[in-house]
Design a protein around this ligand. Structure first.
Ligand SMILES: [Ca+2]
Ligand SMILES: [Ca+2]
Length: 423
C-alpha cells in the first residue's frame, strides 16, 4: 500500500522543523495583513453577476469516502452517506488574475510574503530550541525541485526546497514572475490566504463534503471526476505527473508545473481540474478519523468537518483539508486526483502546488421567481411560481433538475459499487 508514503504531507511547519526550530504553528495570529478584508455581503438569491464563472451543484445525497481495495487509504474509510444542499462552485481554481484583483483591491499580504517571526516561533517550540540562521527566517515558500536521481518517497524534503522570495507573484522565487501565468491557478497561498480571498469575493471555501460531492459529478461510484478510466489511459484528462516520481518526469501533458485552468475537459457539472493541477483548500479541519465518527450517526447532513484537527503523523500540528491532487500526483506516489482522496496541511502552508476554489450559497439558476401579470380587471396576479425563461430551464436541466425543480441527477441517490441503494 502507498499510504505510508503519502501520510506525511510536507508543510511549512515541517520545513521550519528541519531548520531546527521544531514544529510550530504560525497561523492567522502571526500572519497579519496590512489591510482588513471586509466580508462581502452574502445575499441570497445570488445574482448572475455574483455567480459569474460558477456552476450550480444541485443538492444530493451520496456515499462519501471509499473502501476501494486497491486505492482507499485509512482516512477515506468507511464510506458513509452524506447529504449536501445545493451550492454554487467556481468552475476553475482561483487564477493569478483573480487573486491579483483581490490583492490590488485590499493590499492583502500573503503568509509566504511574511518572514517567520522568531519571537513568535520560540514561544511555540520546546525550550532551548536553537534559533535558525537569520538567512532562513525570511519570506519564503516551498518549491518543487526535481532531484536528479531516485530518492526515498518517505522524504518530501528531497523534492521540496525552501526558496526565499517564493510567493504567489514569484512562483519559483526571486527572478520569477507571473508573465504568461494570468490564467494559471494561484499558488503559494495558505488556508488563511484562501479564506481572506473568499471573504472578499463574497464566497467561502467548500466543505470537504461539498468538494467531494461536486468532484464526483453525479457519478457517485466513480474513482475520478471523469469516471473510472485510469489517469494514464486514453486521452489526457488532467495535469498530473508523468514518469517516475519525483526525478523522472516525462512531461507528456506539456505542463511541468501548473497548467492554465480549463486546459482539460470539465466533469459532468462543468468543473475543471477537480483532479490535478493544484491541490484545493477546503474549509474543514482535518482528522484521520472523521469518517469513522460520522458513520456512526446515520446520514450526515451538510457536515462542516470536525471541531478540531488530528493527524497522527504530526499530532501537534492543526491541519485543514485539501483535495484533488496536483501536477505532482501520479499513481506511483499519491493518486491524490481520486475523488475520495484526502490531503491535509497546516493552515499557514502554501506550496507551489497548492491553490483553491470557492463556493457560495444561493438560489439555483433560473430560480423560481414569482411573476405578477396585469389581469383584465387591472389587478396583478401571480402568473406561476415556477416561471422560468427557456434559458433558465435549459440551464437547470443541464444541472440535473427536472422542470418541476426536483433533482433527477444520479448524484441525488445513494450508490455503492455502482448499485443504487435505498434512501
Ligand atoms: Ca503535468
Ligand atoms: Ca485542482
Amino acid at each position: 500500500m502507498r499510504s505510508h508514503r503519502f501520510s506525511t504531507a510536507f508543510t511549512r511547519l515541517a520545513w521550519v522543523a528541519a531548520l531546527g526550530v521544531g514544529l510550530v504553528a504560525c497561523g492567522p495570529a502571526s500572519s497579519p495583513s496590512p489591510a482588513t478584508v471586509e466580508d462581502a455581503a452574502q445575499s441570497a438569491p445570488a445574482t448572475s453577476a455574483e455567480t459569474a464563472g460558477m456552476v450550480w451543484i444541485p443538492a444530493g445525497r451520496f456515499v462519501m469516502g471509499s473502501d476501494h481495495p486497491r486505492w482507499a487509504r485509512p482516512d477515506e474509510r468507511p464510506p458513509h452517506p452524506v447529504q449536501v444542499d445545493g451550492f454554487w462552485m467556481d468552475e476553475t481554481e482561483v487564477t493569478n488574475a483573480m487573486f491579483r484583483a483581490f490583492v490590488d483591491d485590499t493590499g492583502y499580504v500573503t503568509t509566504a510574503e511574511i518572514a517567520p517571526d522568531w519571537e513568535v516561533l520560540k514561544t511555540q517550540v520546546p525550550p532551548g530550541t536553537p534559533k535558525p540562521d537569520d538567512a532562513l527566517l525570511v519570506p519564503a515558500s516551498l518549491v518543487f525541485t526535481a532531484p536528479d536521481r531516485p530518492v526515498s518517497l518517505n522524504n518530501p524534503g528531497a523534492w521540496w526546497s525552501w526558496v526565499p522570495g517564493a510567493d504567489w507573484r514569484h512562483p519559483s522565487g526571486h527572478g520569477s514572475d507571473l508573465t504568461g501565468l494570468a490564467d494559471h491557478p494561484v499558488v503559494h497561498v495558505s488556508w488563511d490566504d484562501a479564506q481572506a480571498y473568499a471573504r472578499w469575493a463574497g464566497k467561502r471555501l467548500p466543505t470537504e463534503a461539498e468538494w467531494e460531492f461536486a468532484a464526483r459529478g453525479g457519478q457517485p461510484a466513480s474513482l475520478y471526476p471523469w469516471g473510472d478510466e485510469g489517469v494514464e489511459e486514453g486521452a489526457q484528462k488532467t495535469n498530473a505527473f508523468q514518469g517516475v516520481f519525483p526525478h523522472g518526469g516525462q512531461l507528456l501533458d506539456g505542463h511541468a508545473t501548473t497548467a492554465p485552468v480549463r486546459s482539460y475537459p470539465p466533469n459532468a457539472y462543468g468543473l475543471h481540474d477537480m483532479a490535478g493541477n493544484v491541490w484545493e483548500w477546503c474549509q474543514d479541519n482535518y482528522r484521520h478519523d472523521t469518517y469513522a465518527q460520522r458513520a456512526a450517526n446515520g446520514v450526515a447532513e451538510n457536515p462542516q468537518g470536525p471541531d478540531d484537527s488530528l493527524d497522527p503523523a504530526e499530532p501537534t500540528v492543526a491541519k485543514r483539508v485539501q483535495r484533488g491532487g496536483s501536477f505532482l500526483c501520479n499513481d506511483s506516489y499519491c493518486s491524490g486526483y481520486r475523488v475520495a482522496a484526502r490531503m491535509k496541511s497546516s493552515p499557514d502552508t502554501g506550496l507551489a502546488h497548492t491553490g483553491f476554489r470557492c463556493v457560495r450559497d444561493g438560489e439555483p439558476p433560473g430560480a423560481m421567481r414569482q411573476v405578477l401579470e396585469p389581469q383584465p380587471d387591472g389587478r396583478l396576479a401571480r402568473r406561476g411560481r415556477d416561471q422560468m425563461t427557456p434559458q433558465g430551464e435549459q440551464t437547470r436541466r443541464k444541472n440535473g433538475f427536472a422542470s418541476n425543480g426536483q433533482l433527477d441527477a444520479p448524484g441525488s441517490d445513494l450508490f455503492r459499487n455502482g448499485e443504487r441503494l435505498e434512501r
